[in-house]
Write a protein that binds this ligand. Structure first.
Ligand code: FNR
Length: 383
């Protein structure tokens, strides 16, 4: 196995092994990709305060996210079609998260179903819900998540309609894959990926196929999905779901202090400051820049988590020191998964953990709970 020292190493291998259509699906943002880029580059604007001659022995990154013990405050974000990046991708990622002691979040749009993941893991996982027009279908999904003992519902609020991603349109991204000449040529060079995928069709999108009305097989999935994201979703709907789900609830996609206050009124257990990894509103603020005003509005009353742009343990440290209670990685774990399956996700988590631990030490801290603004030099325009 090649030596993996940073997330970028996993990304390189992932790119080599994966059909372009699926690599681009992951590695893109909407429209000009400005927000996608700034999610990462804004982290670079924050500098770390180096401290010396501090006892660094006995460090810990252990923490809690919505009451759950975690080896470090980094969860795996919900990522749709993860099973197209590597066969059984959701199961492998969930196993890696379990081995590492961090939460895994299963997307509504997953290839492996809630039941597939539950059967193959022992740690409880979190379930991410997109509100669909078909209410019966959504209620059934919630009942299935409950039966699988998912211990949190992550309700995504920033995708009532899809932010256009140019690369997906140009590649003709679809599930099932449409075989245009350029796709066939590409698939031939990515034969390892093809071999892996053989036989996995039995798990394909079983959260939806066979459960939603008129989706008896995968051929009708694409058109169904396009019509089903519910544009009518509003705070009353969110309240209804708060009532329906009696476990922990996390609201994902908050980027504005006023929305954060609404989330607090709804009785959410946590919010995720997120712009969907730059895949929805291009031109929106990066998550790390949006964080301070949200913390000021609700930070002492609700757990504030953050995702979008995290590619290293240093990014995690910066988010925590800015005041986030927990973080999520999306693409960083997908790179690992696409590169080398479960082992790759474990590598991604190991890299991030090592970077977090070492950076913490060099900043003169021994416990993630002590990270604070005193560890950072933050540009004025973040406030
Ligand atoms: C996502 N994201 C996402 N979010 C969600 O709530 N449900 C989903 O199905 C998906 N699907 C999805 C697919 C892909 C390929 C990506 C990259 C992202 C958003 C995800 O949960 C998270 O917010 C971002 O990935 C965070 O940004 P980074 O870490 O990828 O920069």
């Amino acid at each position: 196995m090649p030596k993996i020292t940073e997330i970028e190493d996993l990304k390189r291998i992932y790119k080599r092994r994966t059909p372009k259509m699926f690599y681009d699906y992951c590695e893109s943002g909407s429209w000009t990709e400005q927000t996608f880029r700034e999610n990462s580059s804004d982290f670079d604007l924050i500098k770390l305060r180096q401290r010396v001659a501090v006892n660094m022995e006995g460090r810990t990154t252990k923490s809690q996210m919505i009451g759950r013990d975690v080896a470090m405050p980094v969860a795996l974000a919900p990522v749709g079609s993860t099973g197209m990046q590597h066969a059984d991708g959701e199961i492998l990622a969930a196993k890696a998260a379990e081995n590492f002691g961090v939460p895994f979040t299963l997307s509504t749009m997953s290839v492996c179903s809630i039941e597939d993941v539950a059967e193959n893991t022992t740690a409880p996982f979190w379930f991410q819900l997109y509100v669909m027009r078909d209410e019966k279908f959504v209620d059934n999904l919630l009942a299935r998540a409950k039966a699988a003992e998912c211990d949190a519902l992550v309700l995504t609020l920033d995708l009532q309609i899809l932010g256009q991603r140019h690369k997906d349109i140009k590649n003709g991204l679809s599930v099932p894959i449409k075989l245009a000449p350029h796709t066939i040529l590409d698939l031939m060079t990515k034969w390892r990926w093809g071999l892996q995928m053989l036989g996995t069709h039995r798990r394909s999108f079983r959260n939806i196929v066979g459960h939603a009305q008129d989706v008896d097989d995968i051929s009708s999935l694409h058109s169904w999905t396009a019509q089903q994201f519910d544009p009518r979703l509003n705070w009353d709907t969110v309240m209804e779901y708060r009532r329906k789900w009696d476990g922990k609830m996390v609201l994902k996609g908050i980027l504005d202090a006023d929305d954060a206050k609404q989330a607090l009124n709804i009785g959410a257990d946590a919010i995720i400051v997120s712009n969907h990894g730059g895949r929805q509103l291009d031109g929106a603020m990066s998550s790390i820049k949006a964080l301070p005003s949200i913390l000021e509005a609700v930070g002492d009353k609700i757990e504030v988590h953050l995702d979008s742009g995290i590619r290293s343990g240093q990014d995690v440290l910066k988010a925590l020191a800015m005041g986030a209670h927990g973080t999520y990685i999306g693409r960083a774990f997908v790179y690992g998964l696409g590169a080398m399956g479960q082992k790759g996700v474990e590598e991604a988590l190991r890299v991030i953990h090592t970077e977090l631990d070492t950076t913490m030490a060099l900043c003169g801290e021994r416990d993630v709970h002590n990270l604070d603004k005193h560890n950072l030099l933050v540009p004025r325009d973040f406030y």
